[in-house]
Design a protein around this ligand. Structure first.
Ligand SMILES: [Cu+2]
Length: 188
């Protein structure tokens, strides 16, 4: 999954920067430093001071808490976006040709709340594949380019009937490229 790879790169980058930061902090504060005393005398200060130890603790805490909040699969939102990689429970293959949709079944029956995959092919022109709600609002759309496997995975979160429409202008017949109520998403 593309998003997952991006997040992994970001994550590794973040960990690297943070590790460099903490290691250099420990290195610098642990070296012995000359300390000028208020009475003018000098002594060599060894190791970390108490405030530096506290700051180090803050750095570690921020790293751990930040990790849990933003990237951990313990968070439902992150689990859904980044870690959940369920295989689609159904694949719908649709071919577009001569300004028509060739459907595998009519209606296309899909489950609610499960990932379903659409593979849409074009045998001639560049079309669009859009899925719309009853009120005309769009659920999703993608371009359908000839010679490619145009693929989208979707989780429907509302039961109901949906309309398929071409969303890419493809000539004078384009406005008629619509199939009303051909997708039925069942309740669970
Ligand atoms: Cu069209």
């Amino acid at each position: 999954m593309y998003l997952q790879q991006l997040v992994e790169i970001f994550y590794i980058g973040l960990i690297t920067v943070y590790t460099i930061f903490i290691v250099s902090f420990i290195y610098i504060t642990s070296r012995s430093r000359p300390e000028i005393k208020t009475d003018g005398g000098k002594k060599v200060h060894m190791g970390m001071e108490r405030s530096e130890k506290i700051w180090l603790g803050v750095l570690f805490t921020v790293a751990v808490i930040g990790n849990i909040i933003f990237l951990s699969p313990l968070m439902p939102s992150m689990q859904y976006q980044v870690y959940l990689d369920e295989d689609p429970v159904k694949t719908v293959v649709i071919t577009m040709e001569n300004h028509t949709f060739i459907l595998p079944e009519n209606p296309i029956e899909l489950p609610l709340g499960k990932p379903v995959e659409f593979k849409v092919y074009s045998n001639d022109l560049t079309y669009g594949f859009g899925v719309f709600r009853k009120d005309g609002t769009m659920v999703f759309q993608m371009q359908v380019v000839p010679g490619y496997e145009n693929r989208i995975v979707w989780v429907f979160d509302e039961p109901g009937v949906y309309t398929i429409r071409s969303t890419e202008y493809s000539g004078p017949e384009h406005p008629y490229m619509v199939l009303y109520d051909v997708i039925v998403v069942g309740g669970e």
